[in-house]
Design a binder for this molecule. Structure first.
Ligand code: 0PR
Length: 385
């Protein structure tokens, strides 16, 4: 740090130069991100609540009320009348809380000390972090030919050390929904904690179903589901960082509680101590602002863009990996290897990512990608072909 203070103007000039190194969502060139530009209204509200700290909720009763209301609204979307949970920093922290709850619950009620979690190969890497931090062993369940959890192999890997089964509603790479209804039954019959990671799909599946899209049930209406991750900072259009973890029962929060003697509340179950209220306030505001109809319209637009791209790709001759269920499309060039293909696109200014299972170019059709961007992309893809 320099000795003397610097003028605001000079600092801002410096910052804007550095900021130019960042890609901007509005260019429509970021094709592999699950985040997007937050809605301006959500950003406005976020700034008003920047100083609030939900780590000591007795001091910020208004903001705590907003967090509770958001948890209630998300719970309602997920068919749960009395939800428990928190607005956290993102899907990673939400998944970590779910797995911590499952581990502590199994330790307390079943005496499991060296537990295992069953996750599919398609699971987000946050579960590897969770297992590492919580000292759990990962047991991978195989995928079927449609890249979804193979239920028969799931049955085989359940053991008396299993503390949680994880399934995904909107996989990171392909946007697919696992057979959650069947898995819920298996988890329930075996009395095993079942967590659904709907970090990506949570803010679109319920709204798409509302307007008639034929998507499977993935929520608390299935009795085996114990917790669900849903991220407002993805399709919810809330500013980063806003993740959500919803639990079916209060006891899942209670088994994680530690004493916090000098705070306005005497126990704390979240991982983060001092934690922002701004995300809750912004999510509260944006959910009110859009309502179910607004989110349904948006989710439908994203699906229309997905089908538009799919048809365009097919008409050129590209191979689509699977029928999209949500707004992610994965495809390959018939001859060029995916990483090499991604490099060609990168040279033309497109930021795409490559899925690992199966290896393919993967495009996440978020709100910042408009029809005109897709038309330009298809032109470039025609050239490459
Ligand atoms: N669960 C699922 C199903 C996810 O897709 C993700 C994020 C997470 C959990 C973790 O969420 P957080 O990142 O909020 O902690 N998946 C993307 C990832 O691979 C998110 C992402 C966002 C990727 C922006 C690229 C990007 O530019 O991290």
């Amino acid at each position: 740090m320099q000795d003397e203070p610097i003028d605001k103007e000079d600092i801002l000039k410096d910052l804007s130069e550095i900021h130019k190194l960042d890609y901007e969502y509005s260019d429509g060139r970021i094709l592999g991100s699950m985040c997007t530009e937050a809605h301006p209204f959500a950003k406005e509200v976020y700034c008003k609540f920047l100083d609030t700290n939900l780590g000591d909720p007795g001091l910020f009763k208004g903001t705590k009320h907003l967090e509770d209301e958001v948890v209630k609204s998300i719970g309602e979307l997920l068919s749960l009348d009395k939800p428990y949970g928190n607005i956290v920093t993102g899907g990673t922290e939400a998944n970590l809380m779910a797995i911590r709850a499952a581990r502590n619950h199994a330790r307390k009620y079943k005496g499991i000390v060296d537990g295992e979690i069953i996750i599919p190969d398609s699971a987000h890497f946050s579960f590897k972090k969770a297992a590492d931090m919580l000292n759990l062993k990962i047991v991978e369940v195989e995928l079927d030919e449609n890249y979804k959890i193979d239920v028969e192999s799931l049955k085989k890997v359940i053991s008396d050390k299993t503390v949680a089964i994880v399934a995904i509603a909107g996989t990171t790479e392909l946007g697919l929904i696992d057979p959650i209804e069947e898995i819920s039954k298996i988890a329930h019959e075996n009395n095993i904690y079942f967590h659904v990671d709907a970090a990506f799909g949570g803010f679109s599946i319920p709204f798409l179903k509302d307007i008639g899209h034929d998507l499977p049930v993935f929520d608390f209406s299935l009795e085996g589901v114990c917790s669900i991750t849903v991220d407002p900072h993805k399709m919810g259009l809330a500013p980063i960082p806003a993740g959500g973890i919803i639990f079916r029962k209060e006891e899942y929060l209670q088994v994680m509680a530690v004493d916090s003697p000098y705070l306005t509340v005497k126990t704390q179950s979240t991982i983060v101590g001092t934690r922002l209220g701004a995300a809750s306030a912004a999510t509260y505001a944006i959910m009110k602002y859009f309502g179910k109809k607004g989110y349904s319209r948006m989710a439908n637009d994203l699906m229309e863009n997905t089908y538009f791209l799919k048809e365009g790709l097919e008409s050129i001759g590209y191979e689509i990996i699977c029928e999209p269920e949500l707004n992610i499309l994965a495809f390959n060039h018939p001859e060029i290897e995916a990483h090499e293909f991604a490099k060609k696109l990168e040279n033309l200014g497109w930021k795409v990512s490559v899925a690992k299972c199966p290896i393919a170019i993967r495009i996440v059709l978020m709100n910042h990608i408009k029809k005109n961007h897709l038309k330009e992309l298809l032109e470039d893809l025609k050239e490459i072909y």
